[in-house]
Design a protein around this ligand. Structure first.
Ligand code: GUN
Length: 294
């Protein structure tokens, strides 16, 4: 049976470090602040935003939420971003995605000042990350790297297969893991919906990362004995036995895969809490940088 990579415990460890840092900054009169924009009433987005705000509060980070109705215009959305851009109390800006109209997403992301883009989605940060320059790293990929590092799983020389090519997770992860850096130096293969013989590739992997948004993407026959499995998926599936009417599952067929793997992240309690933790880390980093720039 695989070792469970406890993202909740690793998150708690990092959040304690962040809280100490925030207290030190407050003594110097610096209070890190996060501006959050939620458009529409998607229940999953609402629950992510609430979790992010609660995490800010626990870490001593100021957060300001703006909610717009599902009918909000492009101009109204850009105006909220601009208000955050010029607000000196706001060091980080988070526009919860997806937006009700996904065709607006790129222009909204590009409206965020790169120095406040704590999601690491702005082309300036994406480009800087790609070049290995200092940049805000996207939170989920960064969280995955931290789980590996803090669990003592070596990426250098490992063959990592990443399943998924999203701009938020798959592509940045492939980039970061392949970089000549402490958390990289892996040989990386990217798989996606048009990949042929995916199982042949995943069976060669020392580490498999699943980031597709489809339950059951990774089954036990796709895994080499002793591989490490990181499950980025957060999928809601109907479950009448739950008060909410659903339960969360990842992209990995957990029980059979765990029986074969050497280590695995659970869902919930794996990568999910790490995403929020890295958002807090980026917000604090942004506050420190803006103070230095003064
Ligand atoms: N939606 C799903 N993941 C994320 C994330 O990391 N940041 C934002 N802003 N929206 C998301």
């Amino acid at each position: 049976m695989a070792k469970i990579l406890d993202g909740k415990a690793i998150s708690a460890e990092i959040r304690a470090e962040i809280k100490t840092r925030v207290n030190e900054l407050k003594e110097k009169g610096i209070v890190p602040g996060l501006g959050v924009l939620l458009v529409g009433d998607d229940p999953a987005s609402r629950s992510y935003v609430t979790a992010k705000e609660r995490a800010c509060e626990e870490a001593g980070i100021y957060s300001k939420e703006v909610m717009l109705p599902v009918t909000a215009s492009h101009t109204e959305i850009l105006q909220v971003v601009e208000d955050f851009n010029i607000d000196p109390q706001i060091n980080g800006i988070l526009v919860q995605l997806p937006l009700p109209d996904s065709s607006m997403e790129q222009s909204v992301i590009e409206k965020i000042l790169p120095e406040k883009d704590v999601d690491g989605f702005h082309p300036v940060n994406v480009g800087r990350m790609m070049l290995g320059l200092p940049a805000f790293l996207p939170c989920t990929p960064h969280g995955v790297l931290q789980i590996l590092k803090r669990s003592g799983i070596e990426t250098a020389g490992a063959h990592v297969v990443v399943i998924g090519r999203s701009n938020i997770v798959g592509r940045p992860l492939v980039n970061l893991l392949s970089q000549k850096s402490e958390l990289g130096n892996a040989t990386v293969t990217m798989c996606h919906t048009r990949t042929k013989n995916m199982a042949e590739l995943t069976r060669q992997a020392d580490i498999v990362v699943a980031a597709t948004g489809w339950p059951g993407t990774v089954t036990a026959d796709m895994i080499k004995e002793g591989a490490v499995v990181i499950d980025v998926g957060v999928n809601r599936i109907p479950d009448d036995s739950k008060k909410s009417g659903f339960r969360l599952v990842g992209d990995v067929d957990f029980e059979p895969v765990a029986a074969k793997a050497s280590a695995i992240t659970p869902v919930p309690g794996g990568v999910g809490p790490m995403t929020i933790t890295m958002l807090l880390a980026n917000t604090v980093e942004s506050a420190v940088r803006s103070h230095k720039a003064e």
